[in-house]
Design a protein around this ligand. Structure first.
Ligand code: AMP
Length: 543
């Protein structure tokens, strides 16, 4: 027998409607690309998002169309989060820090006709333009006074908004419709698109607001450090509309000083970011005399994307800030496990509490997880054996956009994360390794395979392997191991110079080490695990 409750769709526009009606005055403070600080609120966000939706429709955007952004955390980017998805179109947030080839690939693969960009990326867009034949409409996310000359024919975002009246009712449609698209650089081949739905996004928002989730509420002032182009900024834009949390958007390329000043000025209680951000934060605190730490109101900081370093958890603890260590990935929206303490941890000493916090937390309701061996047999959650981590749930991907990479989910819905983990009897997860070989530098992926391919293009390189080596600031940086071609004698700087023509500057290996040979498996694949073991204690220059 079916129940008799209403089947109202869970739509992103519903979050905005709610925020406007019940938290219209809650502030959204944005540091803009024009160098100002704009004080808005959810009422203004809703009004401008409706106008932008009207403008996008006028530009020909229809349900299901992908609309790309190359933008920082600003009020305009937030407006697009609701305007594009609210229309039934798909917000395709592109990471501007990627190498140009990847940006071109991602925009093209996403099939976008419209690209909206911050003025700080105008030159980047102008350079990419010949490689984006599908994009017919460029919109500069600025006002009439700051229109960039470099992107010819670009429309002005604020002019588009001003030209509409905002009388617009959000369409109702199937909650399983696509809402946003984020690309993740996997281990092999090209980046893959994770296509979120309205339903997955709204369900994920409940977890962000849950007391045993990220505890976001209307009492919070949130410093949104995690970029809007990283897995939907961990779902916070939607969740903050769900609960009416104040939002502080730090704008273009925020440095630790900017973040600190904003946190103090806006009374921020909550923040989120990858470990590198917080390592930079404490470095700034240590190097800057006269900071008024007592003026900080932070009480919770979410750390994910890479393992939260013990040092960072301890430093925050000393300042009365609880670190919520979370694990997830683009494919899991991203929240899958969250590290909150349980009642039985209350009596623990500060050091013992940190022992709990360095683990990656426990699964939240909605996410099932298990570890399996090479044959796919389930392994015990005994805190001892490690296995391949698999997850399933309503905000876990069912496949990549345009099936890139083929089927990724087993017959029972289990998604293989590529991470290796132990699970303790009380459900706490501990990541032990990555079965992937990508290098994570400051929360951003560096593909070892791309670097190897680039290195192998050098005439004196016979074989190359790139592995991640621990780094105090960036968690990991690439180390390039090279077997020279017989009779050649290249210098490290020659090889790096050749690489610099093919990859982004921050991808360049911190060091090139020449070796006689590289270890291989029986099928001729590089044995990265062995290499990582061999270079485990290697200290990179400058580390
Ligand atoms: P992304 O899709 O870019 O968010 O990257 C997801 C990957 O980042 C995961 O598969 C993990 O390898 C890694 N990761 C995310 N959170 C954590 C964490 N708390 N500790 C260790 N690794 C993490």
């Amino acid at each position: 027998m079916m129940g008799l409750m209403q089947d109202r769709p869970l739509l992103i526009s519903g979050l905005l409607d709610y925020a406007e009606r019940y938290h219209g005055d809650a502030e959204i403070v944005s540091r803009t690309c024009e160098g100002t600080v704009l004080r808005g609120n959810y009422r203004m966000l809703a009004d401008r998002a409706r106008r932008m939706a009207q403008a996008l429709q006028r530009l020909g955007v229809k349900a299901g169309d992908r609309v790309a952004t190359l933008a920082w955390n600003t009020h305009r980017h937030m407006e697009l989060y609701f305007a594009v998805s609210g229309l039934g179109a798909v917000l395709h947030t592109v990471n501007p820090r990627l190498f140009q080839d990847q940006i071109a690939y991602i925009v093209d693969h996403g099939g976008c006709n419209v690209l909206l960009f911050d003025i700080s990326f105008a030159d980047l867009v102008a350079g990419l333009r010949p490689r984006l034949p599908q994009v017919t409409t460029f919109v500069a996310m600025t006002d009439a006074d700051h229109m960039p000359a470099s992107v010819e024919g670009a429309l002005c975002y604020d002019a588009l908004v001003a030209a509409e009246d905002g009388r617009f009712a959000w369409p109702q449609f199937d909650e399983r419709s696509a809402s946003s698209l984020c690309y993740t650089s996997g281990t092999t081949g090209n980046p893959k698109g994770v296509l979120y739905t309205h339903r997955s996004t709204v369900l994920h928002s409940f977890v962000v607001c849950q007391a045993d989730g990220l505890q976001l509420s209307s009492k919070d002032s949130t410093l949104l450090v995690v970029p809007l182009f990283h897995v939907n900024a961990w779902g916070v834009p939607y969740a903050s509309a769900m609960c009416g949390a104040k939002l502080v958007l730090p704008g273009p390329a925020p440095d630790p000083k900017t973040l600190f000043d904003l946190a103090v000025a806006e009374g921020c209680t909550f923040s989120l970011g990858v470990p590198t951000v917080w390592l930079g934060w404490f470095k700034y605190l240590d190097e800057t005399a006269g900071l008024d730490l007592a003026a900080l109101k932070l009480n919770r900081v979410v750390i994910g994307g890479s393992a939260a370093p013990r040092y960072v958890i301890e430093r925050f603890q000393k300042q009365g800030v609880f670190v919520i260590h979370a694990w997830g990935m683009s494919e899991t929206s991203p929240l899958a496990t969250v590290g909150n303490l349980l009642p039985r941890h209350a009596g623990l000493s500060p050091t013992e509490q940190v022992d709990v916090q360095v683990k990656q937390g426990r699964a939240i309701f909605g996410v099932e997880l298990r570890i399996v061996d090479d044959q796919g047999n389930e392994l015990p959650h005994d805190g001892t054996v490690a296995g391949d981590l698999q997850v399933r749930g309503p905000w876990v991907t069912a496949g990549y956009f345009r099936s890139e990479g083929g089927a990724v989910v087993g017959p029972d819905g289990w998604f293989s994360t590529g991470d290796v983990a132990k699970v303790f009897p009380d459900g706490f997860l501990q990541l032990t390794d990555r079965s992937k070989d990508v290098i994570k530098s400051g929360g951003e992926w560096i593909s070892s395979i791309d670097l190897e391919n680039a290195a192998m293009a050098h005439p004196a390189v016979q074989e190359a392997a790139v592995i991640g080596v621990a780094h105090p600031k960036w968690q990991e940086r690439p180390l390039l191991l090279v077997v020279r071609k017989p009779g050649t004698d290249p210098r490290p700087e020659d090889i790096l110079a050749a690489l610099a023509e093919r990859v982004a500057k921050w991808w360049l290996p911190d060091e090139v080490v020449f070796v006689e040979e590289l270890p291989h498996t029986a099928t001729g694949k590089l044995q990265k695990v062995k290499l990582r073991e061999q270079f485990r204690n290697h200290v990179l220059p400058g580390a």
